[in-house]
Write a protein that binds this ligand. Structure first.
Ligand SMILES: [Zn+2]
Ligand SMILES: [Zn+2]
Length: 188
């Protein structure tokens, strides 16, 4: 007897990606209040509504059209990252940018800033005299990231190959698929 296997659960397309109906995608986008999220991000750094308003006005004047709130919020953070001398605060602001980008589903920019954060961490380990790092994966890491668990690299090697953030990470956070939260630890 021939057993016919019926597909279970979610339907997948030829590339193996989940098919999400268009209307579900739209709903997800509507649920996100970009103004509220932008202000929430800024408030972590004692920045607020007035800063956002002023930046949006500046951007409208220079580009001739009203920018989206989250775009203006990212610009404010970028400026403050340049201005601040404090390394921890810089890192925190980069992380704020990453979290906001996850909310709006900007995967590529999110990945780029995660790389900046990873380099930053590697450099600070090097500056205080470490030579090696180990990867610690997030508790809810995806199968791709899980394979990285406990791997050790010299700092030079890690800077060159950038094993994390994992490019093929499948962890979904907010509107982004591929938010790798693996971290480096300095090895004694
Ligand atoms: Zn992952
Ligand atoms: Zn990862």
């Amino acid at each position: 007897m021939v057993k016919v296997l019926k597909p279970k659960g979610q339907v997948k397309n030829v590339e193996g990606r989940k098919i999400v109906p268009a209307e579900a995608r739209v709903k997800k986008a509507i649920r996100f209040d970009q103004r509220e999220e932008s202000l929430r991000t800024l408030s972590q750094f004692f920045l607020g509504e007035m800063d956002l308003k002023m930046r949006m006005r500046q951007m409208s004047i220079s580009s001739g059209k009203e920018p989206q709130e989250w775009v203006a919020a990212l610009e404010i953070l970028k400026d403050n990252i340049i201005k601040t001398e404090h390394p921890d605060l810089k890192l925190k602001m980069y992380q704020g940018m990453v979290d906001l980008l996850a909310k709006v589903g900007q995967k590529e920019d999110l990945f780029t800033i995660q790389q900046i954060i990873a380099r930053y961490n590697l450099k600070s380990f090097k500056d205080i005299g470490f030579e090696k790092v180990e990867i610690e994966v997030a508790r809810d890491a995806c199968p791709v990231c899980r394979k990285m668990a406990g791997k050790k690299y010299s700092i030079e090697e890690a800077m060159e190959t950038m094993p994390i953030p994992c490019h093929d990470c499948g962890t979904e956070v907010d509107a982004v698929k591929g938010y790798c939260r693996c971290r480096y630890f300095a090895v004694f």
